[in-house]
Write a protein that binds this ligand. Structure first.
Ligand SMILES: Cc1ncc(COP(=O)(O)O)c(C=O)c1O
Length: 467
């Protein structure tokens, strides 16, 4: 055995203890860790001939890279839609590395860690009050979940058109209807060979809304004259967290032939709270659903699930089966995740989620969700009451979308945001909403509390006074 490997094996406890202490220190001060960095590092181009061993490598990492690590899982990182990691999810994540399973089967000879994944999907369905007729699995993020769901939808529409796209490649006129698909769904259409331009855009409702205009949807469906199509709908738009009317879409689905996909990457968590679950009413009738776990579930990256109705398992296998590997056996007799999703080899991605769900239960997630909404409302209220700022949309759930008051200040918005992010105390992201330069703050982190809101609003005020 290589000497450095041998030494590390002997001193494994020392190495892992050092990492544990460093991790604890980071987590204890995560609120003080800057939310952005200006550190620039020159990348090395050659590899050392003889290894340093784990302990010296940890030291090197600390010297070179540690200062780059920002508090993105801390309480005031409100950019994009960025969750944190609950304590139990970190425990699950560590064990995922320690056990290093290649999670595939529930009854194969050898590893059966996929049982944990199947159980975790059942727990998630229960958390969301969804029926058990969804088949689910873990992928790296909502982008890959959208891709997986839309890949099955593509196979479905192919069959409706008398074709097997998985075998023959994509051809013909595939109809996709959507009002405001997330960019990752559009990217998925490009990856799937359907084409990112190939979307029949639906109107959104009037009155500062981002929700699909159901009348326009019905009109466009009628124009298709019975031609099958795929509907991509939103369970939480990123700018203003608006929801499509899932009850109305459910009714249309009774009358028309289409695949219904919901991107509920973060908005799906509204279903965890009695106060907000009405926003998702009717979503159980969808054919496929995307949910991100590394957002509002607060488990470490990379974690998301796809949920596809059980009845489409054959289409899913046709899409993802490793068809020229006879040693893998019949995909139904010998269940293996690699025949149902993009990746083949994969880690036990479900474990952090399993830990977190078990550790905090239904109540824990209800409280995380309701607290996030409260924080959004608190900051939203301050912004609304202040003469220098203006909300671009009402605070509907957990995101706020605002700008500097006055059209004459439109060209100052992104400089203001840059200045704010440079304080290192908070991180928000730029956006354009209804033609206006704006700023988004998204609340999904379990740690955020009202002191964070006060602190950030004070920083915002300070910056306005300097201007
Ligand atoms: C609605 C929605 N869908 C999809 C995504 C993409 O998620 P991921 O970055 O996990 O791939 C996001 C990310 O913010 C999102 O908000």
């Amino acid at each position: 055995m290589n000497k450095q490997l041998q030494d590390d094996l002997t001193k494994l406890a020392e190495l892992l203890d050092a990492v544990k202490l460093q991790g604890l220190e980071f987590l204890a001060q995560i609120g003080d860790r800057p939310t952005s960095t200006k550190s620039l590092i020159k990348e090395e181009e050659s590899l050392n001939e003889v290894g340093l061993g784990g302990t010296d490598t940890l030291q090197l990492f600390n010297e070179k890279f540690e200062s780059l690590i920002v508090g993105s899982s801390g309480p005031r990182y409100w950019g994009f839609v960025t969750g944190g990691s609950t304590p139990a999810s970190i425990a699950g994540d560590w064990l995922t590395s320690v056990y290093d399973q290649n999670t595939q089967t529930t009854k194969g000879q050898g590893d059966v860690s996929a049982t944990i994944e199947v159980e975790t999907i059942k727990l998630l369905l229960d958390l969301f009050n969804l029926p058990n007729d969804f088949f689910g699995g873990f992928v790296t993020g909502a982008t890959m979940s959208n891709f997986t769901c839309l890949a099955v939808a593509r196979q479905w529409i192919g069959k409706e058109m008398g074709k097997d796209f998985a075998k023959e490649g994509v051809s013909g006129d595939i109809k996709i209807l959507s009002a405001l698909p997330h960019s990752s769904a559009v990217k998925s259409l490009s990856m799937l060979g359907i084409g990112s331009n190939n979307i029949n855009k639906l109107k959104v409702m009037e009155g500062n809304r981002e929700s699909t205009d159901i009348e326009d949807l019905e009109r466009q469906i009628n124009e298709l004259n019975g031609q099958p199509f795929i509907l991509i709908s939103s369970g939480g738009t990123v700018n203003t967290v608006d929801f499509d009317d899932f009850e109305a879409i459910s009714k249309l689905k009774e009358k028309h032939n289409f695949w219904w996909h919901i991107d509920g990457a973060f908005g799906a968590f509204a279903a965890c709270s009695p106060k907000y679950k009405h926003l998702m009413k009717g979503w159980e009738n969808a054919d496929s659903i995307t949910v991100d776990c590394h957002k509002w579930l607060n488990v470490p990256y990379e974690s998301a699930v796809f949920l596809v109705k059980d009845q489409y398992k054959l289409l899913q296998v046709e899409t993802f089966q490793n068809s020229n590997a006879p040693y893998l056996g019949d995909p139904f007799d010998n269940f293996n995740y690699l025949n149902f999703l993009p990746e083949n080899s994969r880690r036990l991605k479900a474990l952090p989620t399993w830990f977190s769900l078990k550790a905090y239960g239904r109540k824990g997630y209800q409280e995380i969700v309701e607290n996030s909404v409260e924080m959004a409302q608190l900051l939203g209220g301050y912004i609304e009451a202040h003469k220098s700022f203006e909300l671009l949309a009402p605070v509907r759930l957990n995101n706020i979308c605002f700008t500097l008051a006055g059209d004459e200040n439109q060209d100052k918005v992104f400089d203001f945001l840059k200045g704010l992010n440079e304080t290192g105390k908070v991180f928000m992201t730029p956006t354009i909403y209804k033609g206006k330069n704006g700023i988004r703050a998204s609340f999904v982190n379990w740690r955020t509390n009202s002191k964070d809101i006060e602190l950030v609003f004070a920083e915002m005020n300070k910056l306005m006074q300097i201007e």
